[in-house]
Design a protein around this ligand. Structure first.
Ligand code: FCB
Length: 511
Protein backbone atom coordinates (compact mmCIF):
# COMPACT_ATOMS: atom_id res chain seq x y z
CA UNK A 1 0.00 0.00 0.00
CA UNK A 2 1.27 3.47 -0.76
CA UNK A 3 1.97 5.51 2.29
CA UNK A 4 -0.64 8.16 3.00
CA UNK A 5 1.59 10.01 5.35
CA UNK A 6 2.43 13.56 4.43
CA UNK A 7 6.10 13.89 5.18
CA UNK A 8 6.97 17.26 6.53
CA UNK A 9 10.47 18.62 5.79
CA UNK A 10 11.16 18.92 9.49
CA UNK A 11 10.94 15.15 9.78
CA UNK A 12 14.40 15.00 8.30
CA UNK A 13 15.86 15.60 11.72
CA UNK A 14 19.54 14.67 11.76
CA UNK A 15 20.72 12.81 14.79
CA UNK A 16 22.12 15.10 17.44
CA UNK A 17 22.91 18.04 15.16
CA UNK A 18 24.53 20.65 17.44
CA UNK A 19 22.72 23.58 15.81
CA UNK A 20 19.38 22.13 16.90
CA UNK A 21 20.28 22.17 20.56
CA UNK A 22 18.56 25.02 22.33
CA UNK A 23 20.34 26.95 25.02
CA UNK A 24 17.36 26.58 27.33
CA UNK A 25 17.39 22.83 27.34
CA UNK A 26 18.46 19.99 29.61
CA UNK A 27 19.94 16.63 28.71
CA UNK A 28 17.79 13.53 28.43
CA UNK A 29 19.72 10.50 29.73
CA UNK A 30 21.00 8.38 26.86
CA UNK A 31 19.37 5.22 28.20
CA UNK A 32 15.97 6.85 28.79
CA UNK A 33 13.53 5.34 26.26
CA UNK A 34 11.18 7.64 24.36
CA UNK A 35 8.18 6.30 22.49
CA UNK A 36 4.46 6.46 21.83
CA UNK A 37 1.43 4.39 22.82
CA UNK A 38 -1.81 3.26 21.20
CA UNK A 39 -4.47 0.59 21.84
CA UNK A 40 -6.10 -1.93 19.52
CA UNK A 41 -9.74 -0.84 19.60
CA UNK A 42 -8.84 2.83 19.33
CA UNK A 43 -6.90 2.55 16.06
CA UNK A 44 -7.33 -0.78 14.26
CA UNK A 45 -10.82 -0.73 12.76
CA UNK A 46 -11.45 -3.87 10.66
CA UNK A 47 -14.24 -4.84 13.03
CA UNK A 48 -15.15 -8.17 11.48
CA UNK A 49 -12.07 -8.87 9.38
CA UNK A 50 -9.65 -11.75 9.82
CA UNK A 51 -12.07 -13.61 12.06
CA UNK A 52 -12.50 -10.90 14.69
CA UNK A 53 -15.78 -10.87 16.60
CA UNK A 54 -17.29 -8.22 18.84
CA UNK A 55 -15.91 -6.91 22.09
CA UNK A 56 -17.81 -5.03 24.77
CA UNK A 57 -16.66 -1.83 23.07
CA UNK A 58 -18.31 -2.83 19.78
CA UNK A 59 -21.55 -3.42 21.63
CA UNK A 60 -21.24 -0.27 23.72
CA UNK A 61 -20.29 2.04 20.86
CA UNK A 62 -23.25 0.75 18.85
CA UNK A 63 -25.59 1.51 21.75
CA UNK A 64 -27.48 4.74 21.00
CA UNK A 65 -26.30 7.58 23.22
CA UNK A 66 -23.29 5.76 24.66
CA UNK A 67 -20.59 7.49 22.59
CA UNK A 68 -20.49 11.13 21.52
CA UNK A 69 -21.64 11.53 17.93
CA UNK A 70 -22.59 7.85 17.71
CA UNK A 71 -18.94 7.15 16.84
CA UNK A 72 -17.65 3.56 16.80
CA UNK A 73 -14.30 1.84 16.32
CA UNK A 74 -15.54 0.00 13.21
CA UNK A 75 -13.06 1.85 10.99
CA UNK A 76 -11.04 4.03 13.40
CA UNK A 77 -7.59 4.77 11.90
CA UNK A 78 -7.61 1.67 9.67
CA UNK A 79 -4.37 0.71 11.37
CA UNK A 80 -5.12 -2.96 10.68
CA UNK A 81 -4.50 -2.20 7.00
CA UNK A 82 -2.07 0.69 7.38
CA UNK A 83 0.24 -0.66 10.06
CA UNK A 84 3.28 -0.70 7.77
CA UNK A 85 2.95 3.00 6.96
CA UNK A 86 2.33 3.72 10.65
CA UNK A 87 5.50 1.87 11.64
CA UNK A 88 7.42 3.76 8.96
CA UNK A 89 6.01 7.01 10.34
CA UNK A 90 7.26 6.09 13.82
CA UNK A 91 10.66 5.19 12.40
CA UNK A 92 10.86 8.55 10.62
CA UNK A 93 10.10 10.30 13.92
CA UNK A 94 12.84 8.34 15.66
CA UNK A 95 10.60 6.45 18.10
CA UNK A 96 12.58 4.03 20.23
CA UNK A 97 9.65 1.97 21.50
CA UNK A 98 6.00 1.43 20.64
CA UNK A 99 3.43 0.42 23.22
CA UNK A 100 0.42 -1.24 21.60
CA UNK A 101 -2.23 -3.73 22.65
CA UNK A 102 -3.34 -7.00 21.12
CA UNK A 103 -7.04 -7.56 20.59
CA UNK A 104 -8.45 -10.52 22.51
CA UNK A 105 -11.32 -10.59 19.99
CA UNK A 106 -8.99 -11.04 17.02
CA UNK A 107 -6.92 -13.73 18.69
CA UNK A 108 -9.63 -15.63 20.57
CA UNK A 109 -12.91 -14.59 18.93
CA UNK A 110 -15.80 -14.84 21.40
CA UNK A 111 -13.18 -15.69 24.01
CA UNK A 112 -12.87 -19.16 22.52
CA UNK A 113 -10.26 -21.10 20.52
CA UNK A 114 -7.27 -19.42 18.93
CA UNK A 115 -7.71 -17.74 15.56
CA UNK A 116 -4.36 -17.95 13.74
CA UNK A 117 -5.26 -15.07 11.44
CA UNK A 118 -5.52 -12.76 14.43
CA UNK A 119 -2.04 -13.72 15.57
CA UNK A 120 -0.75 -13.31 12.00
CA UNK A 121 -1.61 -9.62 12.14
CA UNK A 122 0.34 -8.99 15.34
CA UNK A 123 3.25 -11.07 14.09
CA UNK A 124 3.46 -8.84 11.00
CA UNK A 125 3.24 -5.74 13.18
CA UNK A 126 5.97 -6.91 15.57
CA UNK A 127 8.25 -7.95 12.72
CA UNK A 128 7.81 -4.53 11.11
CA UNK A 129 8.66 -2.82 14.38
CA UNK A 130 11.76 -4.92 14.88
CA UNK A 131 12.87 -4.28 11.30
CA UNK A 132 12.47 -0.54 11.96
CA UNK A 133 14.55 -0.75 15.14
CA UNK A 134 11.55 0.03 17.39
CA UNK A 135 11.18 -2.04 20.57
CA UNK A 136 7.68 -3.52 20.89
CA UNK A 137 5.94 -3.15 24.28
CA UNK A 138 2.90 -5.40 24.30
CA UNK A 139 -0.23 -4.93 26.42
CA UNK A 140 -2.57 -7.90 26.53
CA UNK A 141 -5.70 -6.13 27.72
CA UNK A 142 -6.65 -2.59 26.84
CA UNK A 143 -10.37 -2.93 27.63
CA UNK A 144 -11.68 -5.00 24.70
CA UNK A 145 -13.26 -7.97 26.51
CA UNK A 146 -15.00 -10.38 24.10
CA UNK A 147 -18.74 -9.67 24.29
CA UNK A 148 -19.43 -13.40 24.55
CA UNK A 149 -17.53 -13.44 27.85
CA UNK A 150 -19.40 -10.39 29.10
CA UNK A 151 -22.60 -12.29 28.34
CA UNK A 152 -21.38 -14.92 30.81
CA UNK A 153 -20.65 -12.35 33.53
CA UNK A 154 -17.58 -10.57 32.19
CA UNK A 155 -15.04 -9.48 34.76
CA UNK A 156 -17.49 -10.13 37.59
CA UNK A 157 -17.06 -13.85 36.81
CA UNK A 158 -13.99 -15.87 37.85
CA UNK A 159 -14.27 -17.86 34.63
CA UNK A 160 -13.07 -14.81 32.68
CA UNK A 161 -9.73 -15.15 34.48
CA UNK A 162 -9.21 -18.61 32.96
CA UNK A 163 -10.09 -17.41 29.49
CA UNK A 164 -7.64 -14.51 29.84
CA UNK A 165 -4.85 -16.93 30.72
CA UNK A 166 -5.66 -19.06 27.63
CA UNK A 167 -5.54 -15.96 25.45
CA UNK A 168 -2.31 -14.65 26.97
CA UNK A 169 -0.54 -17.96 26.47
CA UNK A 170 -1.66 -18.07 22.84
CA UNK A 171 -0.13 -14.64 22.24
CA UNK A 172 3.05 -15.73 23.98
CA UNK A 173 3.23 -18.94 21.92
CA UNK A 174 3.45 -16.82 18.79
CA UNK A 175 5.38 -13.73 19.93
CA UNK A 176 7.33 -14.82 22.99
CA UNK A 177 10.55 -15.08 21.00
CA UNK A 178 10.33 -11.49 19.74
CA UNK A 179 8.66 -9.35 22.38
CA UNK A 180 10.58 -8.71 25.57
CA UNK A 181 8.19 -6.48 27.54
CA UNK A 182 4.73 -7.86 28.35
CA UNK A 183 2.17 -5.99 30.39
CA UNK A 184 -1.03 -7.74 31.31
CA UNK A 185 -3.52 -4.94 31.93
CA UNK A 186 -3.93 -1.32 30.99
CA UNK A 187 -5.63 0.70 33.73
CA UNK A 188 -7.74 -1.88 35.55
CA UNK A 189 -9.32 1.06 37.40
CA UNK A 190 -11.05 2.06 34.16
CA UNK A 191 -11.99 -1.50 33.18
CA UNK A 192 -13.51 -2.15 36.59
CA UNK A 193 -14.90 1.14 37.79
CA UNK A 194 -15.63 3.20 34.65
CA UNK A 195 -17.07 0.05 33.05
CA UNK A 196 -18.92 -1.73 35.87
CA UNK A 197 -19.58 1.07 38.41
CA UNK A 198 -19.75 4.45 36.65
CA UNK A 199 -21.49 3.19 33.50
CA UNK A 200 -19.36 5.57 31.42
CA UNK A 201 -17.38 2.85 29.63
CA UNK A 202 -18.25 -0.58 28.29
CA UNK A 203 -20.00 -2.68 29.42
CA UNK A 204 -21.91 0.24 30.96
CA UNK A 205 -22.96 -1.23 34.29
CA UNK A 206 -23.59 1.04 37.29
CA UNK A 207 -22.94 -1.25 40.23
CA UNK A 208 -20.36 -0.54 42.98
CA UNK A 209 -20.32 -4.23 43.91
CA UNK A 210 -19.73 -5.32 40.30
CA UNK A 211 -16.86 -2.84 39.94
CA UNK A 212 -15.17 -4.31 43.01
CA UNK A 213 -15.64 -7.89 41.80
CA UNK A 214 -14.20 -6.88 38.42
CA UNK A 215 -11.20 -5.21 40.06
CA UNK A 216 -10.32 -8.36 41.99
CA UNK A 217 -10.73 -10.64 38.99
CA UNK A 218 -8.66 -8.33 36.80
CA UNK A 219 -5.87 -8.43 39.38
CA UNK A 220 -6.14 -12.20 39.62
CA UNK A 221 -5.93 -12.46 35.82
CA UNK A 222 -2.82 -10.30 35.92
CA UNK A 223 -1.16 -12.45 38.59
CA UNK A 224 -2.04 -15.74 36.89
CA UNK A 225 -0.56 -14.58 33.58
CA UNK A 226 2.61 -13.24 35.19
CA UNK A 227 3.07 -16.60 36.94
CA UNK A 228 2.62 -18.56 33.74
CA UNK A 229 4.78 -16.35 31.54
CA UNK A 230 7.50 -16.29 34.18
CA UNK A 231 7.45 -20.09 34.32
CA UNK A 232 7.85 -20.22 30.54
CA UNK A 233 10.64 -17.66 30.26
CA UNK A 234 12.50 -16.13 33.18
CA UNK A 235 13.98 -13.41 30.93
CA UNK A 236 10.73 -11.68 30.01
CA UNK A 237 10.09 -8.24 31.43
CA UNK A 238 6.63 -8.53 32.99
CA UNK A 239 4.25 -6.11 34.64
CA UNK A 240 1.11 -4.03 34.33
CA UNK A 241 0.07 -0.44 33.75
CA UNK A 242 -2.00 1.45 36.33
CA UNK A 243 -3.52 4.90 36.05
CA UNK A 244 -3.03 7.15 39.00
CA UNK A 245 -4.36 10.30 40.48
CA UNK A 246 -2.62 12.52 42.98
CA UNK A 247 -5.45 13.24 45.41
CA UNK A 248 -4.77 16.29 47.58
CA UNK A 249 -7.27 17.35 50.25
CA UNK A 250 -8.80 20.69 49.29
CA UNK A 251 -8.27 21.93 52.84
CA UNK A 252 -5.57 19.87 54.53
CA UNK A 253 -6.75 21.13 57.92
CA UNK A 254 -10.31 19.84 57.39
CA UNK A 255 -10.53 16.17 58.43
CA UNK A 256 -13.52 15.65 56.12
CA UNK A 257 -11.48 16.73 53.08
CA UNK A 258 -8.56 14.62 54.25
CA UNK A 259 -10.86 11.60 54.52
CA UNK A 260 -12.39 12.22 51.08
CA UNK A 261 -8.89 12.38 49.52
CA UNK A 262 -7.91 9.20 51.37
CA UNK A 263 -10.89 7.35 49.89
CA UNK A 264 -10.07 8.48 46.35
CA UNK A 265 -6.43 7.46 46.79
CA UNK A 266 -7.56 4.11 48.24
CA UNK A 267 -10.13 3.31 45.58
CA UNK A 268 -8.05 4.42 42.60
CA UNK A 269 -4.37 3.93 43.51
CA UNK A 270 -3.88 1.67 46.52
CA UNK A 271 -6.59 -0.86 45.63
CA UNK A 272 -4.27 -1.99 42.82
CA UNK A 273 -0.83 -1.11 44.20
CA UNK A 274 -1.14 -2.83 47.57
CA UNK A 275 -2.17 -6.30 46.39
CA UNK A 276 0.42 -6.29 43.57
CA UNK A 277 3.32 -5.03 45.71
CA UNK A 278 2.32 -6.12 49.22
CA UNK A 279 -0.03 -9.04 48.77
CA UNK A 280 -2.91 -7.44 50.67
CA UNK A 281 -5.73 -4.97 50.15
CA UNK A 282 -5.40 -1.79 52.25
CA UNK A 283 -7.25 -2.13 55.60
CA UNK A 284 -8.98 1.25 55.24
CA UNK A 285 -10.25 0.30 51.79
CA UNK A 286 -11.66 -2.98 53.10
CA UNK A 287 -13.48 -1.05 55.82
CA UNK A 288 -14.89 1.43 53.30
CA UNK A 289 -16.28 -1.25 50.96
CA UNK A 290 -17.18 -3.98 53.47
CA UNK A 291 -20.93 -3.51 52.88
CA UNK A 292 -20.44 -4.31 49.18
CA UNK A 293 -19.35 -7.94 49.61
CA UNK A 294 -15.88 -7.35 48.17
CA UNK A 295 -14.09 -9.93 50.28
CA UNK A 296 -16.45 -12.70 49.15
CA UNK A 297 -14.56 -12.67 45.84
CA UNK A 298 -11.14 -12.95 47.45
CA UNK A 299 -10.41 -16.67 47.78
CA UNK A 300 -7.58 -18.29 49.69
CA UNK A 301 -4.37 -17.99 47.72
CA UNK A 302 -5.58 -15.22 45.39
CA UNK A 303 -3.44 -12.54 46.98
CA UNK A 304 -0.29 -14.66 46.71
CA UNK A 305 -0.97 -15.02 42.99
CA UNK A 306 -1.65 -11.31 42.54
CA UNK A 307 1.61 -10.48 44.33
CA UNK A 308 3.73 -12.59 41.97
CA UNK A 309 6.83 -10.41 41.51
CA UNK A 310 6.85 -8.13 38.47
CA UNK A 311 9.67 -6.31 36.70
CA UNK A 312 7.99 -3.17 35.40
CA UNK A 313 5.23 -0.85 36.57
CA UNK A 314 3.66 1.25 33.84
CA UNK A 315 2.54 4.63 35.16
CA UNK A 316 -0.25 6.46 33.36
CA UNK A 317 -0.64 10.04 34.51
CA UNK A 318 -2.83 12.79 33.16
CA UNK A 319 -3.57 14.95 36.19
CA UNK A 320 -4.03 15.10 39.93
CA UNK A 321 -6.95 16.66 41.76
CA UNK A 322 -8.00 18.63 44.82
CA UNK A 323 -10.63 16.65 46.71
CA UNK A 324 -13.20 18.22 49.00
CA UNK A 325 -16.08 16.68 50.94
CA UNK A 326 -18.60 19.07 49.42
CA UNK A 327 -19.30 19.77 45.76
CA UNK A 328 -17.63 22.85 44.24
CA UNK A 329 -19.70 25.80 43.09
CA UNK A 330 -18.60 25.15 39.49
CA UNK A 331 -17.43 21.62 38.75
CA UNK A 332 -14.89 20.40 36.24
CA UNK A 333 -16.92 18.21 33.97
CA UNK A 334 -15.12 15.51 32.03
CA UNK A 335 -17.96 13.01 32.28
CA UNK A 336 -19.84 11.96 29.22
CA UNK A 337 -23.00 9.92 29.21
CA UNK A 338 -25.17 10.81 26.22
CA UNK A 339 -28.22 10.90 28.47
CA UNK A 340 -27.55 7.46 29.97
CA UNK A 341 -27.53 6.87 33.69
CA UNK A 342 -24.06 7.18 35.14
CA UNK A 343 -22.62 7.51 38.63
CA UNK A 344 -19.30 8.09 40.38
CA UNK A 345 -16.68 5.45 39.54
CA UNK A 346 -15.71 5.21 43.21
CA UNK A 347 -17.64 2.43 44.92
CA UNK A 348 -17.58 4.10 48.34
CA UNK A 349 -16.58 7.75 48.07
CA UNK A 350 -19.85 9.56 47.56
CA UNK A 351 -18.64 12.51 49.60
CA UNK A 352 -15.52 13.07 47.51
CA UNK A 353 -15.69 15.90 44.98
CA UNK A 354 -13.08 17.28 42.62
CA UNK A 355 -12.50 21.02 42.93
CA UNK A 356 -11.00 23.19 40.20
CA UNK A 357 -7.71 24.83 41.17
CA UNK A 358 -7.58 27.47 38.45
CA UNK A 359 -4.94 25.55 36.51
CA UNK A 360 -4.97 25.57 32.70
CA UNK A 361 -7.20 22.88 31.21
CA UNK A 362 -6.94 20.49 28.26
CA UNK A 363 -9.89 19.90 25.95
CA UNK A 364 -10.95 17.09 28.34
CA UNK A 365 -11.28 19.66 31.16
CA UNK A 366 -8.31 17.94 32.77
CA UNK A 367 -6.10 20.29 34.77
CA UNK A 368 -2.53 20.58 33.55
CA UNK A 369 -0.36 19.75 36.54
CA UNK A 370 3.09 18.43 35.60
CA UNK A 371 4.47 18.66 39.14
CA UNK A 372 1.90 16.04 40.14
CA UNK A 373 3.78 13.56 37.95
CA UNK A 374 7.04 14.22 39.78
CA UNK A 375 5.33 13.74 43.14
CA UNK A 376 3.61 10.59 41.93
CA UNK A 377 6.84 9.00 40.69
CA UNK A 378 8.68 9.84 43.91
CA UNK A 379 5.86 8.31 45.94
CA UNK A 380 5.63 5.17 43.82
CA UNK A 381 9.36 4.65 44.06
CA UNK A 382 9.51 5.24 47.79
CA UNK A 383 6.48 3.23 48.85
CA UNK A 384 6.21 0.49 46.22
CA UNK A 385 8.59 0.10 43.28
CA UNK A 386 11.84 0.90 45.05
CA UNK A 387 11.53 -1.72 47.83
CA UNK A 388 10.40 -4.31 45.26
CA UNK A 389 13.17 -3.52 42.78
CA UNK A 390 10.61 -2.80 40.06
CA UNK A 391 11.39 -0.40 37.21
CA UNK A 392 9.06 2.53 36.52
CA UNK A 393 8.09 3.68 33.04
CA UNK A 394 5.57 6.39 32.20
CA UNK A 395 3.42 4.37 29.80
CA UNK A 396 0.90 7.15 29.07
CA UNK A 397 0.79 10.90 29.34
CA UNK A 398 -0.71 13.29 26.85
CA UNK A 399 -3.35 15.88 26.08
CA UNK A 400 -6.32 16.61 23.85
CA UNK A 401 -6.59 20.12 22.51
CA UNK A 402 -8.88 21.78 19.99
CA UNK A 403 -6.49 21.30 17.06
CA UNK A 404 -6.90 23.59 14.05
CA UNK A 405 -5.31 22.22 10.88
CA UNK A 406 -4.10 24.52 8.12
CA UNK A 407 -4.95 23.86 4.48
CA UNK A 408 -2.23 21.19 4.32
CA UNK A 409 -3.61 19.46 7.41
CA UNK A 410 -0.72 20.68 9.54
CA UNK A 411 -1.50 21.51 13.19
CA UNK A 412 0.74 24.01 14.97
CA UNK A 413 -0.09 22.60 18.38
CA UNK A 414 2.09 24.67 20.64
CA UNK A 415 -0.10 23.86 23.64
CA UNK A 416 0.55 20.12 23.19
CA UNK A 417 4.23 20.72 22.48
CA UNK A 418 4.57 22.64 25.74
CA UNK A 419 2.55 19.96 27.55
CA UNK A 420 4.90 17.19 26.43
CA UNK A 421 8.00 19.16 27.30
CA UNK A 422 6.62 20.11 30.72
CA UNK A 423 5.71 16.52 31.58
CA UNK A 424 8.96 15.10 30.29
CA UNK A 425 10.67 17.71 32.44
CA UNK A 426 8.61 16.53 35.41
CA UNK A 427 9.82 12.97 34.78
CA UNK A 428 13.42 14.15 34.59
CA UNK A 429 12.89 16.04 37.86
CA UNK A 430 11.94 12.71 39.41
CA UNK A 431 15.04 11.10 37.87
CA UNK A 432 17.14 13.91 39.35
CA UNK A 433 15.50 13.20 42.72
CA UNK A 434 16.79 9.62 42.50
CA UNK A 435 13.79 7.82 40.94
CA UNK A 436 15.12 5.50 38.22
CA UNK A 437 12.35 6.09 35.65
CA UNK A 438 13.37 4.23 32.50
CA UNK A 439 11.16 5.72 29.79
CA UNK A 440 8.18 7.76 28.60
CA UNK A 441 5.46 6.95 26.08
CA UNK A 442 3.36 9.82 24.75
CA UNK A 443 -0.37 9.10 24.41
CA UNK A 444 -0.92 8.89 21.54
CA UNK A 445 0.85 8.42 18.21
CA UNK A 446 -2.36 9.08 16.29
CA UNK A 447 -5.62 10.89 16.86
CA UNK A 448 -7.96 8.01 17.58
CA UNK A 449 -11.23 6.72 19.05
CA UNK A 450 -11.24 8.28 22.50
CA UNK A 451 -13.71 5.84 24.08
CA UNK A 452 -16.97 7.51 25.14
CA UNK A 453 -15.80 10.73 23.47
CA UNK A 454 -15.46 9.05 20.10
CA UNK A 455 -13.41 11.05 17.62
CA UNK A 456 -14.29 14.36 19.27
CA UNK A 457 -11.09 14.50 21.32
CA UNK A 458 -7.71 14.41 19.61
CA UNK A 459 -4.68 13.24 21.59
CA UNK A 460 -2.32 12.42 18.71
CA UNK A 461 1.01 13.99 17.87
CA UNK A 462 -0.01 12.94 14.36
CA UNK A 463 -3.25 14.28 12.92
CA UNK A 464 -5.59 11.78 11.29
CA UNK A 465 -8.01 13.06 8.68
CA UNK A 466 -10.80 10.55 9.22
CA UNK A 467 -12.25 11.14 5.74
CA UNK A 468 -9.04 10.33 3.87
CA UNK A 469 -6.98 8.53 6.57
CA UNK A 470 -4.07 10.84 5.73
CA UNK A 471 -1.66 11.18 8.65
CA UNK A 472 0.09 14.53 9.16
CA UNK A 473 2.63 14.96 11.96
CA UNK A 474 1.74 17.95 14.12
CA UNK A 475 4.28 20.47 15.45
CA UNK A 476 4.37 18.41 18.66
CA UNK A 477 5.53 15.34 16.70
CA UNK A 478 8.33 17.34 15.11
CA UNK A 479 9.37 18.71 18.48
CA UNK A 480 9.29 15.24 20.07
CA UNK A 481 11.37 13.90 17.16
CA UNK A 482 13.91 16.62 17.78
CA UNK A 483 14.05 15.81 21.49
CA UNK A 484 14.69 12.16 20.64
CA UNK A 485 17.32 13.00 18.00
CA UNK A 486 19.21 15.54 20.07
CA UNK A 487 18.62 14.02 23.55
CA UNK A 488 17.92 17.59 24.73
CA UNK A 489 14.66 18.74 26.29
CA UNK A 490 13.77 22.42 25.79
CA UNK A 491 11.91 24.33 28.50
CA UNK A 492 8.13 24.16 27.91
CA UNK A 493 7.59 27.38 25.99
CA UNK A 494 11.05 27.94 24.50
CA UNK A 495 10.70 29.07 20.85
CA UNK A 496 6.90 28.77 21.07
CA UNK A 497 5.86 32.17 22.34
CA UNK A 498 7.96 34.72 20.49
CA UNK A 499 7.47 35.97 16.94
CA UNK A 500 4.90 34.71 14.51
CA UNK A 501 3.88 31.13 13.86
CA UNK A 502 6.90 28.97 13.24
CA UNK A 503 5.61 25.44 13.01
CA UNK A 504 8.80 24.15 11.53
CA UNK A 505 11.78 25.44 13.46
CA UNK A 506 14.05 22.51 12.67
CA UNK A 507 13.09 22.53 9.00
CA UNK A 508 13.63 26.28 8.68
CA UNK A 509 17.12 25.92 9.96
CA UNK A 510 17.91 23.27 7.42
CA UNK A 511 16.83 25.30 4.41
C1 FCB B 1 -6.25 6.45 29.17
C2 FCB B 1 -6.43 5.26 28.27
C3 FCB B 1 -6.13 5.52 26.83
C4 FCB B 1 -6.61 6.89 26.39
C5 FCB B 1 -6.14 7.95 27.35
C6 FCB B 1 -6.53 9.35 26.96
O1 FCB B 1 -7.06 6.31 30.29
O2 FCB B 1 -5.60 4.20 28.70
O3 FCB B 1 -6.69 4.48 26.08
O4 FCB B 1 -7.97 6.88 26.24
O5 FCB B 1 -6.62 7.68 28.63
Amino acid sequence: MTSQTRTHPALLVPSAAPDLVLATSRPVPQDFVLGVATAAYQIEGARHEGGRTDSIWDTFSHTPGAVVGGDTGDVACEHYHRYEADVELMRSLGMQSYRFSTSWDRICPDGGPVNARGLDFYERLVDSLLAAGIAPWLTLYHWDLPQALEDRGGWTSRETVDRFVDYALAVHDRLGDRVRTWTTLNEPFCSAFLGYTAGMHAPGRTSPADGLAAAHHLLLAHGRVVQQLRARDADLELGLTLNFTVADPLDPSDPRDVDAARRVDGQMNRIFLDPVFRGSYPADLLDDVRHLGFEDHVHDGDLEVIATPIDVLGVNYYNGEAIGHEPPAAALDDSVNGGRTTRSPFPAADDAHRHPRGLPLTAMDWEIQPDGLTRLLVRLQTEYAGPAGVALHVTENGAAFADVPDDRGFVDDRDRTAYVRAHLGAVLDAVDAGVPVRGYFYWSLLDNFEWAWGYAKRFGIVRVDYDTQVRTPKASALDYARIIATRRLPTPWAELTEGGPDPDPAGERRR
